[in-house]
Design a protein around this ligand. Structure first.
Ligand code: ATP
Ligand code: MG
Length: 443
């Protein structure tokens, strides 16, 4: 029923040949039954860590987490995590078991897993081991805890966010008792390490049902990101927006490509609006400078959630500038390319499209045509190799110094030349630029 790849089968057979039970388990079983390609094939076994080391002597083995019973066997450069059947000890801190205990029955191992759809094991001869109705829940498209939901979330609060993540990624519902327990225990999420929150939140945001989850479970998201609360039901009092700030935000997240940078940017892009808001005499709302305010809030959030520096810097740039002027005009695009670079400008164009689609006041075809026009001009400028940055200018600082410029005059002159090139006043040619500089920059 499940096509187990040859190398994973070899791991199973090697364990079986030594008298141990072994199964593929968890995400790979779930994904294969859903008709998706699993990211990796995890294996669980009755063999203890010492026995695994015996069995896999002569194999390329990495001792990843021996005290939890995990080793990694590498076959043809592909890692396979092999873990001894185990149950978890007491959880006293809402995140880690105080210890683990190795067991001999796969069913016990399955019972410690978070959701029924993640608690299935498979063996090519024995078939599917599914003691908690995971198969049926996959068919019904629901996320349901193994056992008592409250108890399972009390053990490990991260599971609350994982429930939302799986529901978002697969567009599943969250079964009633599981959803109720998640809401009831949401505040225990504050005990979970920021890195793990970050991973789950990113996957949630990139999931195909993220909009529904952000609406339905906004109070859970607010535990890990309290800055979103003022956006809830915040009426913008403007003819440009049909929706309140949170609904606009959710629609903007849905309307952008599912990458971490873009989805996070849309989630954060308008957080400063409630603070920037004021109503004029006519009763119309304005939110000048909210990009800057949102970027400040985004800085705190991305620091707290331990974003890597490159992603954080990019998200902050996109949030701050999400509503800049852009027109399908070569000179304007060149200035923006100089300001942001190719990749960030392309992302800004996506951000702008998503923001507009989420306002509910503009026709979608108009928005899409606007985006296409911007991209076309940008493509033309890039393909033609036209100059938009100091790096491409056919003179450099040394040339300016030879002309007799000193100190900060050098940089100023180069910027004047770049502006002139972008404006079409002078060609980007060495001699022409020197002559231009002599006329304009030397007094
Ligand atoms: P992905 O496709 O994102 O890797 P996955 O289901 O493989 O999804 P992992 O985090 O890799 O998720 O975990 C592998 C398996 O370990 C899960 O399928 C689940 O059975 C179990 N598991 C992971 N995290 C938890 C947890 N916090 N509590 C209980 N079981 C868990
Ligand atoms: Mg996995």
């Amino acid at each position: 029923m499940i096509q187990v790849p040859e190398n994973a089968r070899r791991v199973l057979e090697t364990l079986n040949d030594h008298g141990h039970k072994a199964y593929v388990v968890g995400g790979c079983v779930r994904d294969t039954l859903l008709g998706l390609a699993p990211k990796d094939w995890d294996i669980c076994t009755s063999a203890t860590p010492e026995e695994m080391q015996q069995v896999f002597r002569g194999f390329h083995v990495v001792e990843t987490g021996l005290q939890h019973g995990t080793i990694t066997v590498v076959l043809d450069h592909t890692p396979y995590e092999v873990t001894t059947f185990r149950v978890d000890g007491e959880y006293t801190d809402h995140r880690h078991p105080d210890g683990v205990q190795f067991v001999t029955d796969v069913r016990q191992d399955l019972s410690r897993r978070d959701f029924t759809v993640n608690a299935m094991a498979y063996h090519p001869v024995e078939g599917l081991i599914d003691c908690f109705g995971g198969r049926e829940d996959l068919d019904r498209r629901v996320i349901r805890c193994v056992g008592q939901a409250e108890k399972r979330f009390e053990e490990d609060a991260l599971r609350i966010l994982r429930a939302l993540r799986f529901a978002s990624v697969y567009d599943f519902a969250i079964e009633d008792a599981t959803a109720r327990a998640a809401l009831k225990l949401k505040d225990t999420l504050t005990m979970v390490a920021a890195e793990r929150i970050h991973v789950e939140l990113t996957k949630l945001l990139c999931g195909k049902a993220c909009g529904r989850i952000l609406r339905e479970f906004r109070d859970i998201i607010a535990v890990v990101m309290p800055e979103i609360v003022p956006a809830f039901d915040f009426n913008q009092h403007t003819p440009h927006h049909l929706y309140d700030v949170w609904e606009h935000t959710v629609r903007a997240v849905e309307a952008v490509e599912p990458t971490e940078t873009l989805r996070m940017t849309m989630l954060l892009h308008d957080l400063g609006k409630p603070e920037a808001f004021f109503k004029d005499e006519a009763g119309v709302g304005h939110m000048y400078g909210h990009g800057r305010l949102s970027a400040n809030m985004a800085k705190d959030i991305t620091n707290r959630l331990r974003f890597d520096n490159a992603t954080r810097e990019r998200v902050l740039t996109l949030v701050e500038h999400h509503d800049i002027d852009l027109m399908p005009d070569e000179k304007i695009i060149k200035r923006r390319l100089n300001q942001f670079g190719e990749e960030a400008l392309s992302q800004l164009i996506s951000v702008r499209r998503a923001d507009r689609l989420a306002k509910g006041t503009m026709e979608e075809p108009v928005i899409r045509e606007g985006e296409a026009a911007l991209r076309q001009v940008m493509r033309q400028v890039l393909d033609a190799g036209e100059c938009f940055s100091l790096r491409q200018l056919q003179v450099n600082g040394r040339d300016m110094m030879i002309l007799g410029l000193k100190g900060k005059q050098v940089g100023e002159a180069l910027n004047v030349l770049l502006e002139a090139v972008i404006d079409g006043q002078v060609n980007n040619e060495h001699q022409a630029l020197l002559t231009f500089a002599q006329e304009r920059c030397l007094k």
